[in-house]
Design a protein around this ligand. Structure first.
Ligand code: ZN
Length: 106
C-alpha cells in the first residue's frame, strides 16, 4: 500500500481521498486521528494518504498532480465584483451579468 500524498491537514487529505474516489480508487488516511481540537492539527508529516491498490499508483499520482496544478493557479480566474461569479481568464466580461473584467486581478 504506497504512500501517495502527504497532506498539510486533514481537510486536504480528505480532498485527495475524494479526488481518488472520484477516479474509482480507494485511499486511506493515516494520522488524522492525532488531531485534537480545531487549531491543533498535527504537522504534515503525520498525515499520509495511502492508496489501497498499488497497481493504480501511477493513475493516482496523475490525479493528484492535476489536483495540485488546479489549486496552484487561482490567478487564472477572476471573480465578478457585481455578482460574485467566478470566471476563467479567457473571459473579458462576466457571462452572467455582463460586467467588464477589471484591469487588476487583485
Ligand atoms: Zn457578474
Amino acid at each position: 500500500m504506497p504512500l501517495i500524498y502527504r497532506a498539510a491537514n486533514v481537510v486536504e487529505a480528505q480532498l485527495i481521498v475524494d479526488e481518488l474516489q472520484a477516479g474509482g480508487m480507494q485511499a486511506h488516511v493515516t494520522g488524522s486521528y492525532l488531531s485534537g481540537a480545531i487549531g491543533e492539527l498535527p504537522p504534515s508529516e503525520v498525515i499520509g494518504v495511502w492508496l489501497l491498490e498499488s497497481q493504480h499508483e501511477q493513475r493516482a499520482r496523475d490525479i493528484i498532480d492535476a489536483f495540485e496544478a488546479g489549486r496552484r493557479k487561482p490567478e487564472q480566474e477572476w471573480q465578478c465584483t457585481r455578482c460574485a461569479e467566478w470566471l476563467g481568464r479567457e473571459f473579458g466580461a462576466c457571462w452572467q451579468c455582463g460586467l467588464t473584467r477589471p484591469l487588476s486581478d487583485s
